[in-house]
Ligand binder design. Sequence first.
Ligand SMILES: Cc1cc2nc3c(=O)[nH]c(=O)nc-3n(C[C@H](O)[C@H](O)[C@H](O)COP(=O)(O)O)c2cc1C
Length: 209
Amino acid sequence: MIIEFDKTAPEIFYKLLIGSVLPRPIAWVSTINKEGVANLAPFSFFTVASSNPPVLCFAPALKFELVEGTQKGKPKDTLKNIQDTKEFVVNIVSQEIAEKMNQSSGSYPPGVNEFEKAGLTAAPSTYIAAPRVAESLINFECNLSQIISFGEHPGAGNLVLGYVKCAHMHESVYKNGRVDIDVLQPIGRLAGMEYCAVKERFVMVRPEV
Ligand SMILES: Cc1cc2nc3c(=O)[nH]c(=O)nc-3n(C[C@H](O)[C@H](O)[C@H](O)COP(=O)(O)O)c2cc1C
């Protein structure tokens, strides 16, 4: 079966993509707006783009907005804040705090502090003004490198790339230069409302050539 993008409704293709590219890690992104109010939201279109220099990327899509009967794309607060302040923190989500991450994903109006809504603690960052999630075992302080936008319409992604200035590693999770996955207990996003945890692992030795 071939499903062509230009003959398919965008919502069908969205489901096809998120049902195929999975499990996806989750960037739990904290920012501040121009007035200094903190914002926090999860994004599963997320990965490492470079390790030297370290660069993380994630992609907030434009929201749906109806302006005088016309569908328009509107930036989410996270994107707006990064455009304004050029910085953000990526917090890693452990299973224990998954419910709080989910609470922070509500479409709250701009200026609402999702740390407060989800009952989370905002810890100061070292190099940037955006706070970290204290309950998260790993936080990456990032400075914006660039934003690549894929259009003006609802659903259009905006790939945010940020240089990692520093990583805050909770002492329980980082031992002898290794991240302990049994302590971290990361979660992944699947399609719809489903998530996964790391329950089974296996090893494969790379081929010798
Ligand atoms: C686990 C999870 C992953 C999500 N991933 C994305 C994503 O990759 N891109 C996106 O635009 N929205 C994503 N969302 C939805 C945003 O978190 C949601 O729109 C949020 O309200 C945005 O907040 P903001 O307006 O404060 O930036 C995700 C939601 C959840 C719960």
